[in-house]
Design a protein around this ligand. Structure first.
Ligand SMILES: Cc1cc2nc3c(=O)[nH]c(=O)nc-3n(C[C@H](O)[C@H](O)[C@H](O)COP(=O)(O)OP(=O)(O)OC[C@H]3O[C@@H](n4cnc5c(N)ncnc54)[C@H](O)[C@@H]3O)c2cc1C
Length: 459
């Protein structure tokens, strides 16, 4: 009984190579504070051990044995969480799905692909593109994030306005539960089912605390044949938001929409006014022409000025260059955090104004810029990049001010980054019922805390 016996039994059942020795590689995720602390020599987290199973049967065995020996596990996908959700715990074993990347089934008639959860989003997209299909799910971490991790964090990609977040793409899930049993949320793939609650939703966004996602059935689409890529300048950020609102409520939903505020527009596009990027796609050229003509009319009526394709092209060709952005920030002697929230249309303008005002009133003012890139009929997400002097104390001061203000104005404190270590304090004091229900689900499913990721459900 205990950690040593657990490792011995796992090695004897699954072979020596079930253990990985790459402790440094798994010492943190992509939470900017963890990277900063590592640079300052103050990040000490390391996994107790790393296990890399090859099948759902191996995961079931590991989870069952972990329960028997009182060992805790932290599931791990691509390690790209930006909230510390996949940071290791030195008292737990990290379980990586990096050896489980197979495409298991593809049914073009039903438009469903079934994969092992460790496959990266970019690997799956490449596989689909070769066959003329797409997932249309491209977060900026496209080359880093796994399908399982993306589902576990309720992630959202650049085409979410047109094609939905990951919750709209998942058709079915296989999970290994905290006692080791592997189950599918539904025994068959159907577009929808009202045979009781939609159980898969409990695992979408659960950050590995309720079960280990081992397989996913996902809906795909044929790659659309025609597209219009467009850019506008809007008089100000608020008017830009109003223009996109008009598109959303009049049925002119773009495949992709991205509105940068003045500061971000200046830095990214060298333009002083907010830049709005739009993508429209269709399989029919005439349909596309009509929708695009109407969309352009709507944006121009709201004060937008069409500025051609160039800003869109600039963004699309640099959209994964986050490493260069980080180097640039460091060259200015600064560090960064990105904070993602969402609110309804009536609240968005004041959310933005109040957050910027609150951060500007800090004694040591950070540089703040925002964009909106996930739009809905009822509202949108706002995404803030905050640049500050490399100081962890200053960091928490900024985050506290940000969260407090966003909470007061009525925004959700996470739109797609999930909870992790960064936001766990706020979910626990959420006055709504969800924190209580989550706690009860956790206690029921996993009374021994076998699954112990450091964020959601962690004390
Ligand atoms: C440069 C950059 C850009 C990003 N852009 C976006 C973006 O555009 N949109 C967005 O939504 N996010 C973005 N993110 C955040 C991050 O990529 C997402 O949260 C992503 O979904 C995490 O996937 P992952 O496989 O890396 O998960 P990990 O970081 O490995 O894990 C995240 C959480 O999920 C759990 N988990 C992982 N795999 C499983 C599994 N199979 N079963 C159960 N639990 C599991 C872990 O325990 C952890 O709690 C970005 C991150 C970076 C670094």
């Amino acid at each position: 009984m205990g950690f040593e016996d657990f490792i011995r039994e796992i090695k004897s059942s699954l072979g020596e190579d079930i253990l990985l020795g790459e402790v440094e590689k798994y010492s943190r995720d992509m939470w900017p504070l963890a990277i900063l602390l590592e640079k300052l020599g103050a990040w000490r987290a390391r996994p107790a051990a790393i296990l890399a199973p090859r099948s759902v049967e191996e995961i079931s065995l590991i989870v069952r044995k972990a329960g028997e020996h009182g060992v805790c596990l932290v599931p791990h996908g691509g390690g790209s969480s930006v909230t510390g959700a996949s940071a290791p715990r030195d008292d737990c074993v990290l379980l990586t799905l990096s050896r489980m990347k197979r495409v298991l089934d593809f049914n073009p008639e039903d438009l469903v692909v079934t994969v092992e959860a460790g496959i990266l989003l970019s690997e799956l997209e490449e596989w689909l593109n070769h066959r003329g299909y797409t997932l249309r799910h491209v977060p900026q971490s496209f080359h880093l994030a796994s399908v399982g991790g993306c589902i576990a964090t309720l992630c959202s990609g650049q085409y979410s306005t047109g094609y939905g977040g990951i919750e709209d793409i998942v058709v079915n899930l296989e999970v290994v539960l905290p006692w080791g049993e592997a189950v599918w949320a539904r025994s068959i793939n159907t577009p929808r089912s009202s045979m009781g609650p939609d159980i898969k939703q409990i695992f979408i966004g659960s950050e590995g605390a309720f079960g280990i996602i081992t397989k996913a059935a996902l809906r795909v689409l044929p790659i659309p044949r025609h597209r219009v890529e467009a850019s506008f300048q809007t008089p100000d950020f608020e008017k830009g938001l109003l223009a996109v609102r008009e598109l959303m409520v009049t049925g002119l939903t773009p495949a992709l929409a991205r509105l940068s505020d003045e500061t971000e527009s200046l830095l990214r596009f060298g333009r002083e006014k907010p830049v709005l990027l739009l993508l429209y796609e269709s399989n029919y050229e005439d349909v596309l022409e009509t929708i695009w003509r109407r969309a352009r009319e709507v944006v121009e009526k709201k004060g937008g000025e069409y500025v051609g394709e160039e800003p869109y092209r600039k963004w699309i060709s640099s959209r994964f260059n986050y490493e260069e952005d980080i180097k640039l920030i460091e060259s200015m002697g600064l560090w960064f955090e990105t904070l993602d929230i969402a609110a309804t249309w009536s609240k968005l303008p004041q959310v933005d104004r109040k957050i910027k005002k609150a951060l500007e009133s800090l004694e040591e003012k950070p540089v703040v810029m925002a964009h909106a890139s996930h739009f809905y009929i009822t509202g949108a997400s706002l995404y803030y990049t905050v640049l500050y002097r490399k100081d962890p104390e200053l960091y928490w001061n900024i985050v506290e001010t940000f969260m407090k203000t966003a909470e007061e104005v009525g925004a959700t404190l996470s739109h797609h980054h999930g909870v992790g270590i960064l936001k766990r304090k706020w979910i626990q004091r959420d006055p709504g019922a969800s924190a209580t229900i989550l706690e009860k689900i956790k206690k029921t499913l996993d009374p021994k805390n076998v699954l112990s990721p450091p964020g959601l459900s962690s004390p």
